[in-house]
Every structure is written in structure tokens, then in C-alpha cells.
Design a protein around this ligand. Structure first.
Ligand code: PLP
Length: 390
């Protein structure tokens, strides 16, 4: 059994499925949709092109870097050139390369708490020390909190807006003050922008768009994973000043040689298609509203509709206290056993008492999950199914 609560619940769900149980999962950290035909066709064409069968540049295919530079120039309101981009094996690899390039072993990197555990993992894999910084009630950083966590070894801050698990979008004034604080203390900002297209406020801006004057200390990380339903293709990037790109390129050359060419060609097609992420955001927004509204009808459950991202992050502490659940892992396990719905317990994000539910699923899956969860969580059904606790 995995120590990681995300994988642990996935393993339990897989075991139930193997026993023939019809499990519905809102636990995944990825869109349920398949990758588009356009992207698949580009991959097939690439696989048939002998040029794609041999070694390529460590920094990534020039045409993909041009496409990423254009995408980022629009996103960040800063001009990017292809030589300022490193292609990576997804955003996770980009994060690891970024922290490694800006710090040295035992340096400290500030990360959000609650936050996506991959940020800590990327820092630890580079021999550095992640320092979790408690976020405010809206799951945003506050400058005072960052400053309280800062030491002489603080080298970088990782910010993700919209983020995972709570989808918080940092407003422009806050991003401006974070950028100024970081520049004043010579701290790098690593901006993990992988959920940028899933902004339901219309107000999301990249930190670089807000504070372009601090560009020399900013690394932008992204990928096609979530926005184009391409988590398995493993294409991401980092965009940064020259010394960071050189360090990342050296690391890639010395370890994996380069990112495979066929998925890089597929990612070029994805970046040429702005309609897919736009349509996904419209659908996700409606599903977010349905899921949050249903959950909020349950006494003791607080399910704010997130500003962005793919998850409703539920505060279940009152519900747990009323019904005798000691941990959200216990509650998640019961929901899996009784309702056959997989959700991720908050322990995975250093947020006990919470549950993360992914709404990047199709309408039928969401409807089934909502019906089952309502039955399992509502007191009437609780008494019927299990006695007093669920
Ligand atoms: N950053 C955040 C905030 C994430 O939630 C995830 C995946 O869940 C990643 C990065 C990893 O993205 P990729 O699949 O492109 O490596």
C-alpha cells in the first residue's frame, strides 16, 4: 500500500474494481477526457516521419519552443524567444529542474500549505528543503506569511495560481506585492501555471504579466498535461533567464538526452488549438457549480466553488465531528466502501479535515458521483446504510 494518500486511495479503488465493483472516481488529478484527434493525428504523423526517429536537441524541438514562446508571450504579456524555453517531461520535471537551477543543496524553497505534494517532492529531489507556508482562509499566500517563513537560506518560492488542491487565484495586487517582496530579498519566484486556462474569475494573470520588471528572478513552468488532457504524453516546459535554461539543458542532456520527439510534435498541435482548453473551462465551470451546490446541501460540509483549477476542496471538519470520523482519510475510505466513489483525503495536501473532488470528469460520471455521495452523506441514508456514523 502506498504511503501517499492519493495513490493509496487509487490502489484501493483499483482493488475494488478488480473485484467487479463499479467505482466512480473523482480522485484523479487529471481530466477524464481523451486527448483530441488533432493531437493524436500529429503524433501518428510524427511517428511515421524518420526525422523523429533519431536524437534531437537537448533543449527541445525548435518548432515546439517557438509554439511555447508564442503561447507564453500571450499569457505573460512579456516577449519570449525560443532560446528562453526548455522542453521537459511534464511540469513536474520542469519544477525539479527549476529549483535545482536556482539553488544549492540545503537551500530552502517556500511552498504553499495546503498545497500540491509534488512541489515539496521536486524540492527534496534536488537536495533542498521545502518550507511549507500556511496560506490564508482563501488558500492564498500572504506576504506576512512568506516573510515569517523566510531565512537566510531561502532561495525560491513556488506559487501556483490557480492552484491544486483549492484552485485559489491570487489577485493582481497580491501578485505584485509578492513579486516585490521576492525581488527585495533576492528570492526566485517559480510560477507553476499549469491550470492557467481554468480560471473562472476572468481575473487570473500570470505573475509576470503583473510584475514584468522582476523577470530576471522569475521562472514560468507549464505543460499541456491538464489543459489539453495530455497527462500521459509528458510534455512540459520552463521559461526563464539564460543561466537557468543553460543549467536545465545541461541536466537534460546528461540524464535523458532529450524529451521524446513524437510527443513534442503532438504538443505543437495542442498549442495551436486554443479552443480545447477554452471549451473545457466552460464545461468544468458548470460541473464545479453542480458539485459544489450539491455538497453544500449536506450539514457540516463547506464546499466553496473554487476560483480556478479542476477540484472542489471540501472542508468536512464539522461533518466529521458530528459523525465521529477522526480523519478525512477515514471518511474518504468510507465513501469508497459505501458509495463506491473515490475522493482524495486532505492529508495528501497537509490539510486534515478536507476532501478533494475532481470535477474534470464527464457529466454522467459527475451525476453518478453526486447521487451516490448525497445518498451516503445524507443523514437519512446514513441511518439506513450503516447506523449512526455514515
Ligand atoms: N503542478 C501542479 C500544481 C499539479 O497539480 C500537477 C499535477 O497534478 C503538476 C504540476 C504536474 O504536472 P505534469 O503532469 O505536467 O507533470
Amino acid at each position: 500500500m502506498s504511503d501517499n494518500p492519493i495513490f493509496a486511495i487509487a490502489e484501493r479503488a483499483a482493488r475494488l474494481r478488480a473485484d467487479g465493483v463499479d467505482v466512480v472516481t473523482l480522485a484523479a488529478g487529471e481530466p477524464q477526457a481523451a486527448t483530441t484527434r488533432l493531437v493524436i493525428d500529429a503524433a501518428v504523423a510524427a511517428a511515421q516521419d524518420p526525422d523523429a526517429h533519431h536524437y534531437g536537441p537537448a533543449q527541445g524541438e525548435p518548432a515546439l519552443r517557438v509554439a511555447i514562446a508564442e503561447h507564453l508571450s500571450a499569457e505573460t504579456a512579456a516577449r519570449w524567444r525560443e532560446d528562453q524555453i526548455q522542453v521537459t517531461l511534464g511540469a513536474k520535471h520542469a519544477l525539479h529542474l527549476a529549483v535545482q537551477a536556482v539553488g544549492r543543496p540545503r537551500d530552502e524553497v517556500l511552498v504553499a500549505r495546503p498545497g500540491w505534494p509534488g512541489h515539496c517532492a521536486a524540492v527534496e529531489a534536488a537536495g533542498m528543503v521545502p518550507v511549507p507556508v500556511p496560506t490564508d482562509s482563501g488558500f492564498r499566500f500572504a506576504v506576512a506569511g512568506l516573510d515569517a517563513a523566510r531565512t537566510s537560506r531561502t532561495r525560491a518560492l513556488i506559487i501556483s495560481s490557480p492552484g491544486n488542491p483549492a484552485g485559489a487565484v491570487h489577485d493582481q495586487a497580491l501578485l505584485q506585492s509578492i513579486a516585490e517582496w521576492a525581488a527585495f530579498h533576492d528570492i526566485w519566484v517559480i510560477s507553476d501555471d499549469i491550470y492557467a486556462a481554468f480560471d473562472y474569475t476572468g481575473r487570473h494573470r500570470s505573475i509576470l504579466a503583473v510584475a514584468p520588471e522582476h523577470r530576471e528572478r522569475v521562472v514560468v513552468v507549464g505543460s499541456v498535461s491538464k489543459e489539453h488532457a495530455m497527462t500521459g504524453w509528458r510534455i512540459g516546459w520552463l521559461a526563464a533567464p539564460e543561466p537557468v535554461i543553460s543549467a536545465a539543458r545541461r541536466h537534460v542532456a546528461q540524464t535523458i538526452t532529450h524529451v521524446p520527439t513524437v510527443p513534442q510534435r503532438a504538443a505543437i498541435a495542442a498549442l495551436g488549438d486554443s479552443g480545447t482548453p477554452r471549451r473545457a473551462a466552460v464545461a468544468y465551470r458548470a460541473r464545479r457549480d453542480r458539485l459544489a451546490a450539491a455538497l453544500n446541501t449536506v450539514d457540516g460540509i463547506d464546499a466553496p466553488a473554487p476560483d480556478g483549477g479542476m477540484f472542489v476542496f471540501v472542508d468536512a471538519r464539522d461533518y466529521m465531528a458530528t459523525h465521529g470520523f477522526a480523519t478525512s482519510a477515514e471518511l474518504a475510505n468510507r465513501l469508497l466502501e459505501i458509495a463506491h466513489v473515490a475522493v482524495v483525503p486532505g492529508e495528501a495536501f497537509d490539510a486534515p479535515g478536507h476532501l478533494r473532488l475532481c470535477f474534470a470528469v464527464d457529466d454522467d460520471t459527475l451525476d453518478t458521483a453526486i447521487t451516490r455521495l448525497m445518498t451516503a452523506l445524507s443523514s437519512a441514508a446514513r441511518a439506513r446504510i450503516e447506523g449512526p456514523t455514515l
